[in-house]
Design a protein around this ligand. Sequence first.
Ligand code: NAD
Length: 288
Amino acid sequence: MHKIIRKERFTNDISLMEVEAPFVARKIKPGQFIVLRLHENGERIPLTMFECNPETGTVAFVFMKVGKSTYELDTLGEGDSILDIIGPMGKPAKIDTYGTVVCVGGGVGTPEVLPVADALRKAGNEVIIIAGYRTKNLVILEDDLRACCDELKICTDDGSYCTKGFTTTLLQELIDSKQSIDLVHTVGPVIMMKLVCDITRPHGIKTLVSLNPIMLDATGMCGSCRVNVGGQMQLACVDGPEFDGHEVDFDDLMNRLNMFKKEEQEALERYKKAHPEAFPGEKGEGKI
Ligand code: NAD
């Protein structure tokens, strides 16, 4: 069992959890993820590492309530326990000295950018972070992001905070301003990562994307997280999750991500009927 020692709610749907997992905390690196299971009948939930502390033996992750299992996870609080946590899973982010690196994070993808940006900066890079959120209330971890980079640029889709626009707007502006960029690292909605790659490709800027396709066992056995990279079938769980974005077939990835939407919605509705207490203040259909 893995005790939850900290829970911080950022928004109604997005929270941070820090859990005891000493063996994982000793080894996990930026870009890697853990898989947790809440109970015997629980689904396996892959979550990217946000922070780890080998001294206290704890690992932290940030999650958003999107489906049955993440709603269930959110019913737990400090002092509660999670049945299983396995990790580190996947390959670490490629940390090297590139020069100037731009890390582009979208929404709940921004927490994963943080440890990678921090490691890249410690490796001697100049790091610029572009973080995009739908609206002001969803801006998370601003101070933490600022602390691990040389420059933080924030945007909101509706202009309610900082620059109005998407992360891609700020990236395009940066490139147009003749800023020399040696590497882009991006995590967030798949459509955003695809568009980031479309912007960097003509300029020959190496672009690494961290993918989170549907994943079941996360050990390379089931094949559900396969992605087409440069015409080759790759498994995000063991070959990734980081890939050369210019080689990724994003349209295929988006199709695969929608494969179980109906079943995911039905599972959430069933859970909602059985556990109305997990949806305080919500009336009508569960959102996903
Ligand atoms: P969101 O829909 O609120 O979008 C966040 C930001 O991404 C937007 O504010 C915008 O700046 C940018 N964006 C979105 N759509 C865009 C478009 N069409 N063009 C240009 N920019 C666009 O995101 P969310 O609801 O917080 O979801 C975050 C996503 O990140 C989820 O899809 C989640 O699966 C993914 N994620 C990935 C990882 C990982 O490890 N790979 C980790 C956490 C989250």
